[in-house]
Design a protein around this ligand. Structure first.
Ligand code: GLN
Length: 278
């Protein structure tokens, strides 16, 4: 079979489960062949047989059973960094780049600051910031040891030396040293949200997605606890759901944050809230 025929056939099958069947087929095939997508355009008549074909068929079956492309390839790009991901971690989302972008805009200076990324998962946020602010010292935490090992591996691959890693639940992973900034993409989906039963999300760790009846248990905990780990004037920034803007403003206000601001993501949905302590 030629590459073109294989892509044609597999995209047709993938249309049953994916919104991007052709792209999925191309990405899986590139993963098997260890080539860029331009290779498929340049060599459509190339024949694929034997082991590579068998490996592609296995991945195709897994994708047809719903498994996310990012887990099948073990990679996802975030902030132009190629990151290893696995089913222990959330798959980094494009909308989370808003946190990185906003933070860099608020702190353009390269004077050394101390930042903690709580619940780092694959390390996406911590690594993106570390790569843009080499003079800062960053601590990335996670409750899950396997996730933390993956984040460390990603940092090594990108030769980022200004990150340290600490295992523990939220603030438990931090020492007594005070920070300038605490940032987090915590779980925030309500337990009963039907979204949790759909698509790629079904295969992601529930612990990284959902938090209590209204999804806000961990955000409440972060907002209540951050002040005792921040320097005066320090900032807490969190990602949240598109429908949680008002609750976030209430939680931050109740916990005495000042200059509270909220921003929308690339899809124009409310997505992040930040505020400062006195
Ligand atoms: N934005 C993700 C989703 O809706 C959830 C990520 C998170 O819980 N932090 O699937």
């Amino acid at each position: 079979m030629t590459l073109a025929e294989l892509l044609q056939q597999s995209s047709q099958q993938l249309a049953a489960i994916s919104d991007s069947p052709r792209l999925d087929a191309e990405v899986l095939l590139c993963h098997v062949l260890q080539k860029e997508r331009s290779h498929l355009r340049a060599w459509p008549e190339k024949i694929i047989t034997g082991e590579p074909l068998a490996r592609f068929q296995t991945l195709l079956e897994q994708r047809l059973s719903g498994q996310p492309i990012a887990y099948l390839c073990g990679r996802r790009e975030f902030w132009s960094l190629d990151l290893a991901v696995n089913p222990h971690t959330l798959i980094p989302r494009p909308e989370t780049e808003l946190l990185v972008e906003t933070l860099l805009e608020l702190y353009p200076q390269h004077t050394p600051l101390k930042l903690a990324d709580l619940g780092t998962g694959s390390g996406a946020i911590a690594l993106a910031i570390a790569s843009e602010r080499p003079g800062w010292s960053i601590i990335a935490t996670d409750i899950d040891k396997t996730s933390l090992q993956l984040a460390e591996q990603n940092a090594r691959r990108h030769q980022l030396k200004n990150i340290t890693f600490a295992q523990g639940s939220w603030f438990q992973a931090l020492g007594h040293e005070k920070l300038d900034i605490i940032i987090s993409n915590p779980p925030y989906i309500a337990e009963s949200d039907p979204h949790l039963q759909l698509g790629d999300v079904r295969f992601e760790p529930r612990r990284a997605l959902s938090s209590g009846a209204d999804g806000l248990d961990d955000i409440r905990l972060l907002a209540a606890g951050a002040a005792s780990h921040l320097k005066p004037g320090g900032m807490l920034m969190v990602e949240h759901g598109y429908n949680q803007k008002t609750q976030l403003n209430d939680i931050f206000t109740k916990n005495h944050y000042k200059k509270i601001q909220q921003r929308r993501d690339i899809l124009k949905q409310p997505r992040l809230t930040y505020g400062y302590i006195d």
